[in-house]
Design a protein around this ligand. Structure first.
Ligand SMILES: Nc1ncnc2c1ncn2[C@@H]1O[C@H](COP(=O)(O)OP(=O)(O)OP(=O)(O)O)[C@@H](O)[C@H]1O
Ligand SMILES: CCCCCCCCCCCCC/C=C/[C@@H](O)[C@H](CO)NC(=O)CCCCC
Ligand SMILES: [Ca+2]
Length: 553
């Protein structure tokens, strides 16, 4: 790595020991002088490392002069200080990010003592100047809190864990505690003065995030006169980044973009101004726009889990487990036709085990492809040129995972190799199978085994797809006539061909990021990198991480 010129270098005290402290535009480092001297010329790297610390400037949260603080007040013995204790009464504290357990960040701090007030001021001023150069950091945020999401702790989480971090980082906020569902969406869509802010923060779960995303995306389209009802339109990307402070039941968008559902970690990603672009799927029924989706579009199993769970909202996050078991036991299958446009180019496959991680090369490639192909051809041109694959059948579940959908219930997610920002979604078709086979498939979401390695599971990486349930297809009348009045008998009779599997034919609804869609025949298109989050994707574990404690050493 290229060596940066030093901006400052001083001998300062930390906890009554003398350190050589250096600052360049990339790194703040402090080295215990005694330990360093002891080992000069000897290659005892561990010992030298033990007394050395460094923090990238981009991971410094703030620096603050410490008033009226003197090490003389300490009762402990002085080990060796060059100055007299009275000389060391000036101090400043640097607050910085420390990595702890898996993908979690904490706010740590170190206080440097020095003899001269002017030296102390010089350090504070120089570090602040360096932080001022980091233009990606937000200064003013609009925060929406859902007080009823998850375990109803959104307000508490924000007040106790997040607000102090924003205030430490000198970020000013306008906070709105929502009073009803869709309050945040409507405010963003019609009222909010977005020019005043560098980003929007959502305190809640996936449903709350979805509100914020709908508000922002629709506002952008309105302002640019883009018709959301037309599937052919190229949508205008959102200029404002969105931060997620997890306080919901599943929190899969936060988990899959940060690697944890920890509010402090998310707040720190906002403070440092991280950016993670994300694909958004638009969902249409004929010529009407229904909703956007960023995580899961699920028909059949996940549609039914959601339908049952909505009646049990009072249970909080446990509602999904109860209705998961109920849905599994009912073992229904759904008939229909899925058509899709496969992804082309070097976008990998859902089974290639190339997980999307911080700085993902596949997503980066998609972003440059997007720039090149801008305005080259319209969707309808591409649609004519590309060939649609059509699959007709009986399914237990039809899932489209636009990202991994990793969450605490399933740490690798529904599609472990799906990408956050590649312009595609992974279409997973689980065909009708026995209960025990379906259970095997579900259990594999929670362990290391490949959930796609079953004869009844197919998975495709696609840019667009459509679904029509059997009862809405042109020839469905035949079935309805065959099966008696109103088709009711058709929907309730036990599957004739496979009596042994015990499946029941049925109708379901689409689960669109935790919302039930009213229509079952849908057309879906992926919009590459339409929104940006205050996140950086899941970081690879650093090589120097302790394998047992997962702490950086
Ligand atoms: N003040 C409010 N009163 C009632 N509902 C609200 C309010 N504010 C937001 N909501 C709605 O509550 C729904 C659920 O919220 P949220 O996503 O925060 O929690 P969750 O459903 O427990 O978590 P997850 O979506 O992760 O499963 C959202 O769809 C949102 O529209
Ligand atoms: C017998 C053991 C079976 C174990 C099966 C575990 C499988 C877990 C997969 C989890 C996938 C989550 C996908 C995320 C969807 C979110 O957009 C949505 C809104 O928050 N959540 C749900 O629909 C809630 C979905 C809840 C599913 C249980
Ligand atoms: Ca994607």
């Amino acid at each position: 790595m290229e060596k940066q010129p030093r901006l400052l270098c001083s001998e300062l005290c930390v906890q009554r020991r003398l350190y050589e402290v250096t600052l360049n535009c990339a790194i703040l480092a402090w080295k215990d002088i005694q330990i360093a001297k002891k080992h000069t010329g000897r290659a005892i790297y561990g010992a030298v490392k033990a007394g050395s610390h460094c923090v990238p400037v981009c991971e410094i949260i703030a620096v603050q002069e410490k008033e009226d603080d003197s090490p003389c007040k300490d009762t402990g013995k002085w080990q060796k200080v060059p100055q007299s204790p009275a000389d060391c009464q000036h101090a400043f504290t640097v607050f910085y990010i420390e990595r702890t357990r898996q993908h979690c960040w904490r706010c740590s701090n170190v206080t440097f003592h020095c003899s001269e007030h002017s030296l102390c001021l010089l350090w504070v001023q120089t570090i602040r100047e360096q932080l001022g150069l980091l233009t990606n950091r937000p200064k003013r945020l609009l925060v929406y809190i859902n007080p009823y999401g998850g375990k109803q702790r959104g307000k508490q989480i924000y007040d106790h864990k997040v607000a102090p971090i924003f205030s430490r980082a000198s970020i000013s906020t306008d906070v709105i505690v929502t009073e009803r569902a869709n309050h945040a969406r409507d405010h963003l869509k019609t009222e909010a003065d977005l020019k005043k802010y560098d980003g929007v923060v959502c305190v809640g779960g996936d449903g709350m995030f979805s509100e914020i995303m709908h508000g922002l995306v629709s506002r952008m389209q309105q302002d640019a006169s883009v018709d959301e009802n037309s599937m052919e339109e190229t949508l205008v990307p959102c200029g404002l980044r969105i931060g997620i402070i997890p306080a919901g039941s599943t929190d899969c968008i936060c988990y899959a973009t940060v690697g944890s559902n920890d509010p402090v970690t998310s707040a720190l990603h906002i403070v440092v101004g991280d950016s993670q672009p994300m694909d958004v799927c638009s969902v249409h029924n004929e010529n009407s726009f229904l909703r956007y989706s960023v995580s899961l579009l699920g028909y059949g199993f996940y549609g039914d889990v959601l339908t049952y769970s909505e009646r049990k909202r009072w249970m909080g996050p446990a509602r999904y487990d109860i209705s998961g078991v109920k849905t599994f036991l009912s073992h229904r299958y759904y008939e229909g036709t899925v058509s899709f446009l496969p992804a082309e180019g070097n976008l990998g496959t859902p089974r290639d085990k190339m997980q999307c991680r911080s700085g993902c090369s596949i997503c980066r490639q998609s972003s440059s492809d997007k720039l090149v192909s801008k305005d080259e051809d319209s969707v309808s041109d591409a649609e004519c040129r590309d060939t649609w694959t059509v699959i007709r059948g009986k399914f237990l579940a039809i899932n489209a995972a636009n990202m991994s959908c990793a969450c605490p219930r399933s740490p690798k997610g529904l599609s472990p190799s799906a990408h956050l920002a590649d312009g595609t979604t992974d279409l997973i078709l689980v065909r009708k199978c026995s209960r025990i086979d379906f259970l095997r498939h579900l259990l594999r979401h929670t362990n290391k085994d490949d959930q796609f390695d079953h004869s009844f599971v197919e998975v495709y990486r696609v840019k667009q797809f459509r679904f029509t349930p059997r009862y809405q297809e042109c020839d469905s009348e035949v079935d309805l006539r065959e099966s008696g009045a109103g088709g009711k008998r058709f929907l309730s009779q036990i599957c004739r061909e496979h009596r042994a599997c015990g499946c029941m034919p049925s109708q379901s609804n689409w689960n669109c990021d935790g919302e039930i869609l009213p229509q079952t025949a849908i057309q879906v298109r992926v919009h590459c990198q339409l929104i940006t989050l205050f996140a950086r994707g899941i970081e690879e574990q650093p090589v120097f991480e302790d394998p047992y404690t997962h702490c950086a050493i």
